[in-house]
Write a protein that binds this ligand. Structure first.
Ligand SMILES: Nc1ncnc2c1ncn2[C@@H]1O[C@H](COP(=O)(O)OP(=O)(O)O)[C@@H](O)[C@H]1O
Ligand SMILES: [Mg+2]
Length: 276
């Protein structure tokens, strides 16, 4: 018999990430409001919504680059550290690599900085170890043959592989991706999807990925979140922010999920590429 006085098993488990009534305001502009989420470890969340609705802002909050105006974000039941740290890695659409460093040094630098904070320069065995760790992750993302190249000598897809390696070398538990493949050709994007899924499964990362491509979100995610403004005051467009209006589980019943994605309101679907 079910004892309704006891919390259910689902309620007893501390979620890996808990977003509790988070609001973000800049001056009198409310960007995000009433965000409430429980995220299990290993989930792959894809985030869509019209341009300017606050998706990148949400990633900055998860990264710890900004603190919410109201509410809080908990990681394993603890308030998120107030600064970005190694537990969360991030990849942006472009320009996150250092142009004057080789591929290998771009990745090894992330390891060197915490170990040699003054000059970021390791010597002897420490340097060899950092280089080996960096080379291993670069092999994993398919850049094993390009260790001595400079970013300008790489294609766009290779530069994003490098940015992913840079983020992963710090062994984050959460990977934040802000339209990482938005500037890439469709064929290259497919390769990147395969790579990302492989890494996600192998490392058991928790992923948050913003995309403007609904089919990308549908294909990659275990959960698709739609950011949208449920309230609009035409006389005061900044008075209300976006919240998560749809939170669609993708990995249980694909047919149901597809139907839910296809039934999204027109203004959301039309601002995005349509589901494949
Ligand atoms: N640091 C900031 N100061 C003031 N306004 C900001 C700041 N960051 C973002 N905004 C505003 O917040 C809104 C949401 O921006 P953003 O999160 O970049 O949207 P999205 O990534 O969904 O396109 C925009 O109107 C933007 O101008
Ligand atoms: Mg953005």
């Amino acid at each position: 018999m079910i004892d309704s006085t006891q919390p259910s098993a689902a309620n007893r488990v501390t979620p890996f990430i808990k977003v509790k009534n988070v609001w973000q305001e800049y001056g009198d502009q409310v960007v995000l409001e009433r965000l409430n989420l429980n995220i299990a470890e290993g989930e792959f969340c894809t985030l869509v919504g019209t341009s300017g609705c606050g998706k990148s802002t949400f990633l900055r909050l998860l990264l710890g680059q900004e603190r919410p105006s109201r509410g809080e974000i908990l990681l394993n039941g603890q308030p998120l550290p107030h600064e970005p740290d190694a537990s969360r890695g991030v990849v942006f659409q472009r320009y996150s690599v250092f142009p004057h460093l080789t591929v290998l040094n771009n990745v090894a630098l992330g390891l060197a900085l915490p170990r040699a904070p003054v000059f970021g320069r390791l010597i002897g065995r420490a340097r060899r170890e950092a280089n080996e760790e960096a080379a291993a992750i670069l092999h994993k993302v398919g850049l094993g043959q390009s260790l001595d190249k400079y970013p300008a000598q790489l294609s766009g897809g290779m530069q994003q592989r490098l940015a992913i390696a840079q983020a992963l070398v710090m062994k984050p538990r959460v990977l934040l991706l802000d339209e990482p493949f938005g500037a890439l050709d469709p064929g290259i994007r497919k390769d990147m999807h395969a790579l990302l899924l492989e890494l996600w499964q192998e490392i058991r990362l928790t992923v948050f990925m913003v995309t403007h491509d609904l089919s990308e979100g549908f294909t990659l995610g275990t959960r698709l979140m739609v950011f949208d403004k449920p309230r609009i005051d035409p006389g005061a467009p900044n008075a209300y922010g976006a919240c998560i209006t749809y939170d669609i589980p993708l990995n249980s019943d694909r047919r149901l999920a597809r139907a839910a994605v296809e039934a999204l309101p027109k203004h959301i679907a039309s601002g995005l590429n349509s589901a494949a």
